[in-house]
Design a protein around this ligand. Structure first.
Ligand code: EPZ
Length: 420
């Protein structure tokens, strides 16, 4: 089990340059999309994070072959050997559900373990299932598995009851190989969805309305190979922006995409950080000694990202006053709070709100990570906590951050990996 040790320093000032990697939440659907064709899919700017290895293993179990070289991967699913995504892999990563649409479209059959809940919420998949049933699939849930069959998928109009990134992505992939036209309404607007659409178009899909709430897909008989660059990870970028703001640092983020973070950057500027866009791919952030409190509410894109709620909460523990953080996307995304309390934070959770009282001086402690973004918040808190912080179950971090300790060390943090 991986452990991280941080020698915190309330006077730490992170300084230097950090290269942001490819987006985990864009590369996972892109790898799932490789199941839609017999041809090769080459992806560049791939983050080497455990979720990527998990989904590559899953595609391999289904019959694909892949070749991973540094931050590029070529995947080819010439033949699908099995249509079953096992519980073992789906439990390891709920995003495995993203193979449901491609398998159904390619093979007319898919058996995918129900992902179940996780540390941040119940994580239902009703929107995925209803959408695929509207395309003509017959779906049974039995013995913890989704058993889906469809002789051929028939395009139709589908309006999502609520915005769902994964359901939008599953339906985009399934509709690309359906007969006729599909209109998807109330689609998620996340940049990762647009990244998938652009890959599908390169593969020969006929998609209009990319980046909007209504997307038109004209199904085609076959999809071909493509080469595609994965967009930068806006959540990794946001995490480093908070790290610099928290430590009154002066950090330059390269290989990022500032326009994917507009709302978040505005909130950080309001808190006192100075953030300049040096060019379309580079941001400079200078932290302020006077951090202003503010109330934020998470929303689907382009609103405040739920994946940055936990990291931002740490910043608000250092603000001069009270902030109210409202989480509207997931029903249990405050598991980081209990651990932050042990570091000396003053936070009270009432239903969907965390009331954060600042400024509190944090002191190092032994902690335990519960999920990916909670783990990131513990690292951020450990940087400025007085004394030593240990983070147990730090493997959660590796799911979405490539070499985060190394990147933070290069900016001046005293953070070590303790292998156990
Ligand atoms: C994606 O998860 C991201 N994961 C999440 O990032 C991100 O927090 C989330 O979108 C934001 O919406 C990947 O892209 C791999 P949703 P996803 O479907 O697709 C409810 C991270 O830390 N819902 O958009 O699973 C759901 O319960 C991860 O990188 C239904 O009710 O999220 C939630 O309340 C965490 N029925 C809301 O919709 C469904 O069928 C948004 O979920 C599906 C979802």
């Amino acid at each position: 089990m991986r452990k991280i040790k941080i020698q915190g320093d309330p006077k730490l000032q992170l300084r230097g340059k950090v290269k942001i990697g490819g987006a985990k939440n864009a590369v996972l659907p892109a790898i799932a999309a490789s199941l839609l064709t017999k041809e090769k899919i080459k992806l560049r700017n791939v983050p080497l994070v455990t979720d990527v290895f998990t989904i590559l293993t899953l595609t391999q179990e289904l019959g694909a072959e892949y070749n991973l070289k540094k931050n590029s991967v070529t995947i080819q699913a010439k033949n699908i050997r099995s249509e079953e995504a096992s519980y073992k892999l789906v439990r390891a990563m709920r995003a495995s559900i993203l193979v449901l649409g491609p398998l159904l479209a390619r093979q007319g059959k898919a058996v995918v373990a129900l992902p179940g809940g996780c540390a941040i919420g119940s994580r239902p998949i009703d929107l995925h299932i209803h959408g695929l049933e509207k395309l003509g699939a017959s779906i049974n849930l039995e013995h913890g598995y989704i058993k889906a069959e469809a002789k051929c998928l028939q395009g139709t109009e589908i309006e999502f009851e609520k915005k769902s990134v994964g359901a939008t992505e599953n339906l985009l992939m399934a509709a690309s190989l359906s007969q006729g036209e599909t209109v998807l309404k109330n689609c998620s607007l996340e940049p990762e969805v647009s990244c998938l659409c652009k890959l599908l178009v390169k593969m020969g899909a006929k998609i209009e309305g990319i980046g909007g709430e209504t997307i038109h897909i004209k199904g085609v008989k076959e999809l071909g190979g493509a080469t595609h660059a994965i967009i930068p990870d806006r959540i990794e970028a946001g995490t480093f922006l908070v790290a610099a703001a928290l430590t009154q640092g002066d950090v330059i983020l390269t290989h990022t995409q500032p326009d994917h973070l507009s709302n978040f950057i505005e909130r950080l500027r309001f808190s006192g950080a100075k953030i300049d866009k040096l060019n379309n791919y580079t941001l400079r952030v200078i932290g302020s000694y006077d951090i202003r409190p503010q109330d934020i509410t998470t929303f689907s894109y382009p609103g405040f990202p739920t994946d940055l709620q936990a990291p931002f909460t740490v910043l608000m523990t250092q603000a001069n006053g009270t902030s109210i953080i409202t989480e509207t996307i997931f029903d249990r995304r405050f598991s980081h709070v209990n651990e932050l309390l042990r570091l000396g934070a003053n936070i009270e959770v009432i239903v969907d709100k965390a009331i954060v009282k600042g400024q509190t001086h944090l002191s190092g402690a032994e902690t335990i990570a519960t999920d990916l973004r909670a783990a990131a918040s513990l690292v951020l808190a450990g940087l400025i906590a007085k004394g030593e912080t240990i983070i147990n179950e730090a493997e959660h971090l590796d799911r979405g951050y490539e070499r985060i300790e190394e990147k933070l060390r290069s900016l001046g943090a005293n953070i070590q990996t303790l292998e156990e």
